[in-house]
Design a protein around this ligand. Structure first.
Ligand SMILES: [Zn+2]
Length: 349
């Protein structure tokens, strides 16, 4: 065998061996809260989050994301390393998450959607959840014109939604195949229809929905984003790093380049003004491969970020792109299920 052939063989063996070594990974959380209705399955209860952290502390090697990225670039990725991240910037990250992260000394990066900071606005799926999945009365027919196309829904006997019906259906979530009432069907299709719209069109559609429902936009304390002073409190003591999740949480790939640049740069500037320190970590909203493009990645680099997180599964290995770091989405699992998942993802033996 030639020298080159031997080197290739060694590399192949090393890669094969690496496949079976407990590898580093990044976890993606959104909320630490106990909510009666969580149709997007984004909340982990404080009890379960505590169990997760205890397992990470005892069985893995919790590590700050920035440190993991440095190790990746230096070709020194440690085994069993786990980085914790949160997307969106809900107030419960500070109120419920931070005390537990401190108790277990687990570092985390919280990606804040800067336009929502102290805005008194709920994020899109929360607005729709409040309108359609909470008990109350709505007009039976909904006609909504979006980009010149009129969509119609009939809420039927779901127009009047009783407390009893709410309690029966409040554990429903979007991963279930069916919709128990026309309200759930409408909620599901509106989430789908509105999430890719540019900010202006989305706001117009939501304003029209509020008028139709005869309600004012409100922000529930259980669903609010962090305020500016809370963003600072989150980043105190350096266990938690604040990163950017854009200004308005758009699907970046649906926007023209200039609008993408604004979202990526303005959120960085805004958060840096709040914190008085550089913001160098970014997470693409929604984060699947279709939610951003190669140009988006370039814009993130040009804006002065150091690395960026996506939202597709994968371990962090030598060769992983630090501008598209894979993450595992965490659901409201108890400790036993969480430990089983870590094993399945090969963090633990
Ligand atoms: Zn998000």
């Amino acid at each position: 065998m030639t020298k080159h052939g031997l080197a290739t063989l060694r590399q192949t063996i090393r890669r094969f061996r690496d496949r079976f070594k407990p590898a580093p990974l990044i976890l993606l959380y959104h909320r630490v809260a106990d909510l009666p209705s969580d149709p997007q399955l984004l909340s982990v209860t404080p009890e379960h989050f505590k169990e997760h952290l205890e397992i990470l502390r005892n069985n893995a090697r919790p590590m700050a994301l920035g440190e993991m990225v440095r190790a990746l670039r230096d070709n020194k990725l440690p085994r069993r390393a786990v980085a914790v991240t949160f997307d969106d910037g809900y107030a419960d990250n500070l109120l419920n998450g931070k005390p537990l992260l401190h108790q277990y000394d687990v570092p985390a990066t919280v990606y804040v959607t800067s336009g929502y900071v102290g805005s008194g606005r709920e994020l899109l799926p929360d607005k729709l959840e409040r309108l359609f999945l909470q008990p109350g009365s709505l007009p039976q027919e909904l006609c909504l014109t979006v980009k010149g196309h009129t969509h119609r829904w009939d809420l039927g006997d779901g127009a009047n939604y009783s407390e009893d019906a709410y309690r029966r259906n409040c554990t429903w979530n979007v991963l279930k195949s069916g919709s128990p009432t026309p309200r759930h069907h409408t909620y599901r299709s509106l989430c789908q229809l509105l999430y890719t719209l540019p900010e202006h069109d989305q706001r117009s559609a939501l304003d029209a929905l509020m008028v139709w429902a005869g309600t004012e936009p409100v922000c529930r304390s259980s669903h609010r984003a962090l305020r500016a002073d809370e963003v600072c409190r989150l980043a105190e003591h350096r266990l938690i790093e604040v990163g950017s999740h854009t200004r308005e949480h758009p699907v970046l790939s649906a926007l023209p380049i200039a609008a993408q640049r604004d979202e990526i740069q303005e959120s960085k500037i805004h958060l840096e003004e709040i914190l008085g320190q550089p913001v160098i970590s970014f997470a693409y909203p929604y984060g699947t491969r279709s939610d951003y493009t190669a140009e988006t990645v370039n814009l993130v680099r040009e804006a002065g970020y150091d690395h960026a997180c996506s939202n597709f599964e994968g371990l962090v290995r030598q060769g992983t792109d630090p501008w598209q770091l894979p993450r595992y989405l965490v659901r409201d699992w108890d400790g036993e299920e969480f430990a089983r998942r870590l094993k399945e993802w090969r963090v633990c033996d």
